[in-house]
Design a protein around this ligand. Structure first.
Ligand code: ADP
Ligand code: ADP
Length: 228
């Protein structure tokens, strides 16, 4: 579902990605684990071409994104949802307005949008909270809004950038549970980056361990991480 090959990315003298290959199968939860500075965010941003790699190719759901121009890329990106560590919600918009935002950009009409937003809020356990503002929500609820917004375009793939790092342990568990259930029920493929072993242990099928811009090891969760 996601294939990256030979990705390199430099920032000045810093080698953020030093030849990364990645293969994420359809329907799996794939975790990239590594310490701060390892290159995880750069990798994630190269997967949806928010950042252009200096070399290498990225293919998502059969489309080679590294070949596309900006216009085609914007369309292809609608099928790739992204969840952010600090939620990235618009404070001036209601919860429903935040979830509706990508649908507005896609040109989905008012009626269909309202219905879709209601379904999405229901799906993430926030039915009835559409009229609230983000400031009225807890961290976990804000992340649920972030997830609903990421799913608005019915993506095949969800990218998660440290989705639970700003949350307390109990809330982390409930958000991970939500991601797992979306993976099971919608068949959603998830690529997540994290610095927390617990995240990987609790929901990932496969894991890659990243260090200094390279993948040191990767494989099935059972092969790489021994659970006590
Ligand atoms: P991680 O997500 O694992 O913490 P990053 O991908 O953020 O790692 O960073 C990898 C390396 O690239 C680090 O040395 C970081 O300082 C550098 N880096 C990341 N983004 C930029 C940028 N926009 N400009 C300059 N250096 C960057
Ligand atoms: P996160 O852990 O959420 O990736 P960071 O503080 O690492 O947060 O990065 C925040 C932003 O700053 C990112 O867009 C990243 O690309 C950029 N960044 C990271 N390291 C550097 C750097 N050394 N120089 C310039 N920008 C950087």
């Amino acid at each position: 579902m996601i294939e990256a090959s030979g990705l390199r990315k430099l920032y000045g003298q810093t080698v953020a990605l030093d030849g990364v290959d990645l293969a994420v199968r359809q329907g799996e939860i794939f975790g990239v684990l590594g310490q701060s500075g390892a290159g995880k965010s750069t990798l994630l941003r190269c997967v949806n071409l928010l950042e252009r790699p200096d070399s290498g190719t990225v293919t998502v759901a059969g489309r080679e994104l590294t070949k596309l121009g900006e216009r085609e890329l914007n369309q292809a990106r609608q099928r790739i949802g992204m969840v952010h560590q600090h939620f990235a919600l618009l404070a001036s918009r209601t919860v429903a307005g935040n979830v509706a935002f990508p649908l507005e950009v896609m040109g989905v009409g008012r009626r269909e949008r309202d219905q879709r937003v209601a379904e999405l809020l229901e799906l993430v356990g926030l039915g009835g909270r559409g009229k609230d503002h983000p400031r009225q929500l807890s961290g976990g609820q804000k992340q649920r809004v972030g997830i609903a917004r990421a799913l608005a375009g019915r993506p095949e793939v969800l990218l998660s950038d440290e989705a639970t790092s700003a949350l307390d342990p109990g809330t982390t568990e409930s958000i991970l549970g939500l991601l797992k259930s979306l993976n099971r029920e919608l068949g959603l493929t998830i690529l997540l980056i994290t610095h927390e072993m617990n995240v990987v242990k609790s929901i990932c099928d496969s894991v890659a361990i990243m260090e200094n811009g390279r993948i040191r090891e990767s494989g099935g969760i059972g092969e790489l991480i021994r659970t006590p």
